[in-house]
Design a protein around this ligand. Structure first.
Ligand code: PHE
Length: 352
């Protein structure tokens, strides 16, 4: 019996010694210590020994078991460190890595997020809406019937409605984010304050200050007893937050069919700071030597619009404004061409 045990020990140890990977080590373990492993079976024979021999042989068997277990454990550790040292030989872990290229937000997104933050702080909620729109929401609800001359100021891209349920001219790419005034107001009970950023589309010839696709942000608020002064104060606050404390804002009468009274807002030129002249005495071409740049349309929501969406204009009043977010981005970053915003050249984008 002792000979058999010693035999088991030497074979087991030599197997362990020669094991080249964890898998063969595991097999060796099973072969000797598993349920029907050689040592396990031998140990099951112990009770058959005469009682005086049993303790001694039992102790030997236990010692062998511990020796095999220790050898297995040690080999396991050796195999792991051998593997890592092989990897270490093939890879220089001290070599500097390849720096990942981390981008940053596009100028439009930067301006968008900043605008949202400012209006959120004034209690406005942000909404989104469809770019493919019906004539109804883009024009009709906004007090712009089919034959209204103001349609000419927003050259519209219509969708082909052949073979659809829509009549010709009914579906279009929205020309203004004002389309969301009707959609939101007809579903929401006043009072509310909403901000709607989004893309708009117009049939424009593209140049430095016109795009056929650009960003706008619309805002409107409906409550009791609102007046133009609430509108002026809101926009004045916004422009000062956005362009800086020393920004001057002026409002000039303007007609939009969906507001009454209506106005256009101008801010002091971001390049010459409203002086109309540059430090070298030259006239500022950015603001065409006026010291002001036009930035947004606004006004008190027309009673016809409120009525069209089921809000009683005798109880509720509201103001609305809409500005070109793309234009705000060019003003903020001092770009002289709107097209830079859609230019994918990283050398341009990296500057902002
Ligand atoms: N939607 C108008 C435009 O695109 C701007 C505007 C919005 C004017 C809201 C008044 C009120 O020109």
């Amino acid at each position: 019996m002792e000979d058999e045990l010693i035999n088991i020990k030497t074979t087991a140890l030599s197997f362990i010694w020669e094991a080249e990977d964890k898998k063969s080590l595991e097999e060796t373990k099973l072969q000797f210590l598993g349920r029907s492993g050689k040592l396990t079976l031998a140990m099951k024979e112990l009770p058959k020994l005469p009682i005086e021999r049993r303790t001694e042989v039992g102790r030997l068997a236990n010692e062998i078991k511990i020796t095999i277990e220790n050898a297995l454990e040690q080999k396991q550790l050796d195999l792991t460190s051998e593997k890592t040292s092989k990897i270490k030989q093939s890879i220089d872990v001290t070599a500097p890595g390849i720096e990942p290229k981390i981008g940053h937000m596009h100028p439009i997104s930067q301006v968008l997020h900043e605008t949202i933050e400012i209006f959120k702080s004034l209690g406005f909620q942000v909404a989104d809406g469809p770019e493919i729109e019906t004539d109804h929401y883009n024009f009709e609800v906004l007090n712009i019937p089919k034959d209204h001359p103001s349609r000419d100021t927003q050259q519209t891209l219509f969708l082909d409605t052949t073979d659809t349920l829509y009549s010709p001219g009914e579906m279009l790419l929205r020309t203004q984010t004002s389309n969301m005034q009707g959609r939101i107001m007809e579903k929401t009970k006043p009072p509310f304050r909403v901000l709607v950023p989004g893309k708009v589309f117009r049939y424009e010839e593209v140049d430095a200050s016109h795009g056929f696709e650009f960003w706008q942000v619309e805002g409107f608020m409906v409550d009791k007893n609102l007046s133009m002064s609430n509108l002026f104060a809101t926009l004045d606050y916004f422009f000062k937050q956005f362009f800086g404390r020393d920004t001057k804002v002026k409002f000039v009468c303007h007609n939009f069919p969906f507001v009454e009274p209506g106005a256009e807002a101008y801010i002091s030129c971001v390049v010459c700071k409203g002086k109309a002249r540059l430090p070298d005495g030259q006239g500022c071409s950015f603001c065409k030597r006026t010291g002001w740049v036009e930035i947004l349309g606004a006004g008190m929501i027309h009673p016809n619009v409120l009525r069209a969406v089921g809000i009683n204009p005798d109880i509720w009043s509201g103001f609305a404004f809409g500005t070109g977010l793309s234009r705000m981005a060019t003003l903020k970053f001092g770009m002289d061409d709107l097209r830079l915003l859609t230019n994918p050249d990283l050398r341009i984008l990296e500057q902002f």
